[in-house]
Design a protein. Structure first.
Length: 289
């Protein structure tokens, strides 16, 4: 949560340096929107409502083609169903977020409610003074200023007149979302109320082409977790072993819910049903965004 410093709000951050000698061979070209990036980025914690306000992400239309004069973000269009699932996950965890009304009213269904943690960082870019988006230059009163301090620490100073969730910039929003827009949209018309911050990785002045490349490298390059992973024997063995260790630590049995465990005595249909649930759960926790 931002800390108030006189009339300004500041957010503490950790400076993370990442640069290799091999990267000096990369061709940097500002005309191609690939200007040389800073050799570091920042990690910080931001209240979800404040992050929405600083990016303007919740003001975006779900319909493609409509003008967004103040919106510098370049991500794909909003999939409302996707954000809705994430919203339900945040509130109730898995598997409650995917259960229908009838199942939620079943006896002991409340035992399936869990915390809906979102530990994966949202990636943003902080606009520099003078940056333009859609022909509009960010004004000095809308800039989010970054000050590096000692021991790899930094602070981000929010616009002087920043008032929270209802804040509007004079020109354009100071943050643009590189990855994680649907997690932010999940908080549309939903205010957690309690302490709910989001982890954020923030680049500063990252050129537009590098943003697209970063989004691609995060979402396309890594090999996605296969949703059939839960059926692999080695995955099952590890899953069963972990549950048994948890059971020993708690002093009571902790039964697996994947089918195929030699120790299970349930009928085949029941085991298959429980196995499908666990396979879906494995996919959900690995690929929520």
């Amino acid at each position: 949560m931002p800390a108030r410093n006189k009339t300004k709000l500041t957010i503490p951050a950790i400076k993370v340096t990442q640069w290799l000698p091999e990267w000096e061979e990369v061709t940097f070209n500002s005309k191609a929107l690939q200007s040389r990036p800073k050799p570091y980025f920042y990690i910080l914690s931001v209240r979800s409502s404040n992050l929405k306000a600083l990016t303007g992400v919740y003001r975006r239309s779900a319909r493609p083609g409509e003008p967004r004069a103040k919106d510098p973000n370049v991500q794909r269009g909003h999939e409302e169903e996707r954000s809705g699932i994430i919203r339900e996950f945040v509130k109730y965890g898995f598997p409650w977020c995917e259960m229908g009304k009838a199942n939620r009213q079943a006896q002991d269904a409340h035992l399936l409610r869990k915390p809906g943690w979102l530990p994966t960082a949202i990636i943003v870019n902080i606009l520099k003074p003078g940056d333009e988006r859609n022909g509009i230059q960010i004004g000095k009163n809308d800039v989010l200023r970054v000050t590096d301090e000692n021991n790899n620490l930094a602070k981000l100073e929010l616009p002087k007149d920043f008032t929270g969730p209802d804040w509007e910039p004079e020109t354009i929003f100071p943050l643009e979302v590189v990855d994680g827009q649907h997690r932010l949209w999940a908080f549309e018309d939903f205010e957690p109320g309690g302490e709910f911050d989001l982890p954020v990785v923030a680049f500063h002045g990252l050129d537009r082409s590098w943003q697209a490349y970063l989004f691609w490298s995060v979402n396309i390059t890594p090999k996605k977790i296969n949703r059939s992973l839960g059926r692999l024997p080695e995955c099952k063995r590890a899953y069963f072993a972990a549950l048994r260790e948890i059971g020993k630590a708690q002093g009571e049995p902790c039964r697996p819910v994947l089918s195929g465990d030699p120790g299970e005595s349930e009928s085949t249909p029941v085991r298959k049903k429980r196995g499908r649930l666990s396979n879906s759960f494995l996919a959900a926790i690995c690929d929520i965004e």
